[in-house]
Design a protein around this ligand. Sequence first.
Ligand code: ADP
Ligand code: ADP
Ligand code: MG
Length: 661
Amino acid sequence: MFSKILIANRGEIACRIIKTARRMDIKSVAVYSEADAAALHVEIADERVFIGPPPSAQSYLIADRIIEACKKTGAEAVHPGYGFLSEKAPFCEALNAAGIAFIGPDVRAIGAMGDKIESKKLAKAAGVNTVPGYLGVIADDDEAVTIAREVGYPVMIKASAGGGGKGMRIARNDAQVREGYKSAKNEARSSFADDRVFIEKYIEEPRHIEIQVLADGYGNTVYLGERECSIQRRHQKVIEEAPSPFLDGKTRRAMGEQAVALAKAVNYKSAGTVEFIVDAQRNFYFLEMNTRLQVEHPVTEMITGVDLVELMIRVAAGEKLPFTQDDVKLRGWSLEARIYAEDPARNFLPSIGRVTRYRPPVESQFVRVDTGVYEGGEISMYYDPMIAKLITRGMDRETAIGHMREALDAFQIRGVGNNISFLAAVMKKERFLSGRLSTNFIADEFPEGFTGVELETEVNDRLIAVVAFVHDRIAERNRTLSGQLPGYQPPRQNFWMVRINRQNTPVFVDETDRGADVRVGGQVFSLVTSWVIGDLLWVGTVEGRKMVVQVDIRGDGYRLLHGGADVVCQVLTPRAAELAELMPVRVPPDRSKVLLSPMPGLLVHLAVKVGQEVKVGEELAVVEAMKMENILRAERDGVIAKTNVEAGSSLAVDQVILEFE
Ligand code: ADP
Ligand code: ADP
Ligand code: MG
């Protein structure tokens, strides 16, 4: 076994690999860029090596720096994680040449599966079902139209070198093929420096279901069941689960056997994933094989009891798989939700900055948190915006979802925008609960984007009871503080008005031994809790049902987060509530005459000049953040009065870029 390994990655996955290495008594070496000097993976590793400036092309993606770091520290093997160098055959070759082991498959398997056209040919030859389509490179848009018609609409135009959901377009007619062909090609050229595209049938109402395979260097190859990853946004996974609520034993076995056949065809070694697209009739078709550890691997670990990273390390060190296919048993259900630094209410724009509060839920037999950040740390604009992965498990799907909802309620992040409320909203959708998933789920269920969560009246009343209880405790403590002027102590107050959106709800709080009985309107809620002043999380039962609420105390009231809802409220004495009625309503400033930066980032390009007339939809500026270029367009016709910043400047959120007349 290795005595020291280097992890050529950052964030949660680097941390996750270091943990397994530590359990196996293997020393770990972290690498880090300038932006990551204080990152969590650097802190928890046994050793650390600096490898360059923040942009990954100047640090994490430079193979030579990684090899140098291995030599310097004496690391005998490299685990690449996912992304970065994980699927780069030349990196693997360079490691081999330097006598360092790669914790992953052989160069040839990476090469064979790295190209979508080539891997589809290979899969076909190995007897794997592939999506009907044309397996050649397409020369121009005329040829694209001819082929699209042959394949039959709708079709998908795809970059052969694609990954991460990029370079992919759906087309339903000739015009869309011409447009999609050009834009897929452009995106592929700029993202992968390789503009070959091909066309395949677009499977309608599809599910994404993938098979985890694991192989050693002695010809033993097994599959560890499937993961359903149909909850996607822009072809990128958001929520995954294992097993799939859709597969029957027969389909699972057929998919597993085809995945194993493909792995064997390329002499696959290590952990890998064969991705399939599945139609409503349970026909399945090969999409691609990812020759690395997958982001969503934990759900498989939760239902098989296998540590995939450990087995990758063991296989790379020359060990045999310790079990056979017959030993693989799937137990219970697991879900994973990806916690991203993004603002769901602002069309999921990435969010960066300091994480002023970071309190993930407590880990247990049912809850696992794979984290790459810590309280006080920073989410930088240079890398993937994933903050953590929240994984839960239960005997069945319903239980696993219940744990997920509770864990999301308890997950506290402040300082950077995050998608927890959105994830909580998905967990409540009837269609999600019944398991009727497809990759269109998010587009179908949130046609207007994410506009927040409206709580049912019953839950809202429970929330009112909780905040009234919290306020009553604080008011009572303040009333009974020692050292107050004699005779000035205010009388006991337990009748309050909870004010939300200028609506008052009268409440009466009657403290009991273990909590309080709170009357909200005409109903009494019995609260049992061990909450004390200072706790940021209210955990207890309301009428015997468990409830977890994040309670932030603000200068003038409270902010409550629960079930995806974000409620700002005040708890006032009846007299104060009466007076609050007289307060003027704050009118938000008029922003129709300015263009604001929707996020912190870099102003790459300013497309307009002072005096220029612009039409609605016209491009005004391009802002880059987190590897994504965001085009800001005119929301109505107008004339540019003033530009406030120049191309190349960095922007703060809500900074004025230009003004209209
Ligand atoms: P998974 O199926 O594991 O979710 P993804 O396709 O979402 O895999 O990619 C996992 C990670 O790797 C993401 O962080 C993604 O941004 C990154 N990634 C995937 N493909 C590429 C690529 N070709 N170049 C750079 N990064 C990539
Ligand atoms: P990437 O390398 O970016 O992960 P994939 O080929 O795995 O690319 O596709 C990513 C996602 O795009 C899939 O999970 C699925 O949602 C969608 N997709 C890809 N090909 C098809 C297809 N032929 N029909 C329908 N959806 C598809
Ligand atoms: Mg994929």
